[in-house]
Design a protein around this ligand. Structure first.
Ligand SMILES: Cc1cc2nc3c(=O)[nH]c(=O)nc-3n(C[C@H](O)[C@H](O)[C@H](O)COP(=O)(O)O)c2cc1C
Length: 456
């Protein structure tokens, strides 16, 4: 008897704001045109992807105290965009990244429950706490919460949202056309909650969706963020995609999940990752070089190292050597939003100088070199070999694929890689069901009444 192999699942991460998508390519579409989202989501659904995933920024990004001009700025509101996509897809999950500091939990719970109902149980919330100060300036409460408070607050917000979702009795909605009213007189239990910053007393306005309530993703990598995910989330979206790094991360997350009183594999792990495919490994390596050069423009290269130096380096030639002056900051700030938080600036600069000198690299070549370890690069067979290893050792549950070209960047993955993985038995050959929970292999959370019955 042959036993079924562990299957991997794919999601697609539509970034919107980044330098990894090559918007200058003639084949590239608009980042705000619905056609881009529709084409990408429908291609992903053809490839049996579990999720279409949107990041979010509530304010244009800043760099060195100014607007970051190199970012692609346009980003429609995630829930509006996903509601539109719900109408042109039928199986793929719809994941909205939503911040916990600036959204009020009762309102957010209602909007996410609406997306969940309208999509037939396909909605998810990617819970983020957002690591920059400037976003706070958009909001009347102003300012910003420190790291520990952000997570304490986030957990209260999530618990209130869950309570709102569970508050509506499952059999409260009348099923007979002759019923005197749409629901029983008091369909929702009262939810009393407090976050430390404010208190709420709420009722739910909507019944539960076919999947109970939206799936919870979490993105935040500190020990506090990981423990928060282990206590509350269904899926963790990580930046740990290389095999050894992903393995260490999985061991850490599974230990934290066990400690939180859940089975170790209850929290699914989906790192973000790029795929660069070609007919042969050599062609793929060549293509990857071209992709990196397109991604790292001269201005992007300078902005990248400015994150470490903490000062304007626009007078430097991107095709020349790294600055000999030292960074003006000790550690890279929490507010730069470029993945460098807390790095020792001088030590990083010295490490980069040594690498540049050893390999004869200009500023731009260094930045290309630093980003070139990323991604699966190879022929379809080679990438499938690597993915098999991830599946067989259960290092991840899936990958959130970041296309470097929008909207055509999933075509070769869906048309070539997915069939190869299916052939090898490490990728689903059909959707398990209609809801995101079914397609991710997650349990439906019990309703308030079921929870009460279980504890009675
Ligand atoms: C993989 C990943 C994706 C993220 N995506 C977003 C996002 O789309 N919007 C956002 O505001 N923050 C995003 N964040 C930032 C987190 O919300 C969080 O503020 C940040 O990681 C700092 O928390 P930490 O110290 O726990 O990592 C992301 C973080 C990670 C690790």
């Amino acid at each position: 008897m042959t036993t079924a192999r562990t299957t991997l699942r794919f999601g697609v991460f539509f970034q919107g704001v980044n330098f990894s998508t090559i918007w200058s390519d003639p084949a590239s579409g608009s980042q705000i045109d619905f056609e881009s989202f529709r084409r990408l989501a429908q291609t992903a659904e053809r490839g049996l992807f579990s999720a279409f995933f949107l990041g979010e920024g509530l304010r244009l990004r800043e760099h060195l105290g100014r607007l970051h001009e190199l970012d692609v700025a346009g980003r429609p509101d995630a829930q509006t965009q996903l509601a539109a996509l719900a109408a042109v897809t039928s199986r793929i999950g719809l994941v909205a990244t939503q911040n916990t500091t600036y959204n009020d939990p009762v309102d957010l719970a209602h909007r996410l429950a609406s997306l969940d109902l309208l999509s037939g149980g396909r909605a998810a919330w990617n819970i983020v706490t957002t690591d920059n100060a400037w976003t706070g300036e958009n909001f009347r409460r102003g300012g910003y919460l420190d790291h520990a408070d952000r997570y304490r607050h986030a957990e209260s917000v999530v618990n209130i949202a869950k309570a709102v979702w569970g508050a509506f009795d499952d059999d409260a909605v009348a099923t007979a056309a002759t019923a005197p009213s749409w629901s029983t007189p008091n369909p929702s239990a009262e939810v009393d909650g407090a976050t430390g910053h404010y208190a709420v007393r709420a009722l739910s306005r909507l019944p539960r969706s076919p999947q109970g309530h939206p799936v919870l993703f979490q993105a935040g990598d500190s020990p506090e963020g990981r423990d928060f995910a282990a206590r509350t989330a269904d899926v963790i979206f990580s930046a740990h995609a290389g095999f050894d790094d992903a393995k260490t991360f999985a061991a850490d997350i599974r230990a934290r999940t066990l400690k939180a009183g859940r089975p170790a594999d209850d929290l699914k792990i989906f790192p973000g990752q790029e795929f660069i495919l070609a007919d042969s490994d050599a062609e793929a390596a060549e293509k990857a070089r071209w992709v990196r050069e397109q991604q790292v423009s001269p201005q992007t290269a300078l902005a990248f190292i400015e994150n470490v130096w903490g000062t304007d380096l626009s007078a430097y030639d991107p095709d020349g050597p790294l600055p000999t002056v030292d960074p003006v900051q000790d550690t890279t700030g929490e507010t730069r939003g470029a993945g460098f938080r807390g790095a020792q600036a001088l030590a990083t600069a010295e490490k980069w100088r040594a690498l540049s000198e050893a390999e004869g690299l200009s500023i731009r070549q260094l930045v290309i070199r630093l980003s070139s370890g990323r991604g699966f690069v190879g022929s379809v067979a080679s990438v499938a070999d690597e993915l098999e290893r991830f599946a067989d050792e259960h290092v991840v549950d899936g990958f959130n694929i970041t296309p470097w070209l929008v909207p055509g960047g999933l075509d070769d993955i869906v048309d070539k890689l997915v069939p190869e993985l299916q052939e090898r038995g490490v990728y689903p050959t059909e959707y398990a069901g209609y809801t995101l929970r079914e397609n991710l292999g997650l349990r439906v959370p019990p309703s308030a009444r079921e929870r009460e019955a279980a504890t009675a």
